[in-house]
Design a protein around this ligand. Structure first.
Ligand code: HEM
Length: 182
């Protein structure tokens, strides 16, 4: 069976070395020097200095045309030259979660053009989204990206664009953790 549950463990040693931690909104988390991503299960065990758990879930907002396009152009995470990574846990506000599904989709895709913007950065930026809200975690989403050093500027540009959108006005906690392969 393919694993769908992962723990991201922040600690003093591990797979990825933390190069920068920035609390962009909301409460910070304890600073760590390393991060490790491991397949896991739903049992809550605190490993390292902190453990954040996320689940690979179904798509909520993506329509078939975009889904087919994403599948055809996105890269998987395993490329050897992708020596840089970003781990960005995000929480959205109660106001967001009180919206209906169609209202959320309208904000994300029509007004904020999240997928449209993101697709311009594929396949250079490999991405994976983990959901955490339904398992009582402090964040709603754990986002994980891998890229080669040559694509670092493009990644900054993507973040800059997304963070200016209406969708991001609903983000009430965001920690940006940058990493490099040891
Ligand atoms: C969700 C595409 C970059 C944060 C999504 C979804 C798509 C997508 C298609 C919707 C999934 C669904 O239907 O449920 C992309 C592409 C990117 C990209 C192609 C290019 C690399 C980013 C970045 C961030 C981000 C840089 C933030 C740091 C999120 C979050 C969600 C999401 C938090 C979940 C939103 C929600 O369900 O409310 N992305 N994305 N994405 N993305 Fe991105």
């Amino acid at each position: 069976m393919t694993t769908t549950i992962f723990d991201f463990i922040g600690d003093q040693s591990g797979e990825w070395k933390v190069t920068l931690t920035a609390t962009l909104k909301g409460d910070p988390i304890s600073s760590v020097s390393h991060l490790t991503k491991v397949s896991s299960n739903l049992i809550q065990t605190e490993k390292g200095i902190w453990t954040l758990k996320g689940i690979v879930s179904n798509l909520r907002y993506t329509e078939k045309k975009d889904k087919d396009k994403l599948v055809s152009i996105q890269e998987n995470l395993g490329r050897p030259n992708a020596t840089l990574a970003a781990f960005i846990p995000i929480r959205k506000s109660e106001a967001w979660w009180n919206l209906a599904q169609d209202e959320r989709r309208k904000i994300m895709e029509n007004k904020s053009q999240h997928t449209h913007t993101g697709m311009k950065y594929l396949p250079a930026i490999a991405r994976k989204l983990f959901h955490s809200r339904d398992i009582g975690e402090p964040f709603n989403f754990l986002t994980w990206f891998k890229y080669a050093p040559g694509d670092a500027d493009a990644f900054e540009e993507l973040l800059y664009t997304l963070r200016k959108t209406e969708e991001w006005t609903y983000v009430d906690r965001e920690i940006d953790i940058r990493l490099k392969k040891k």
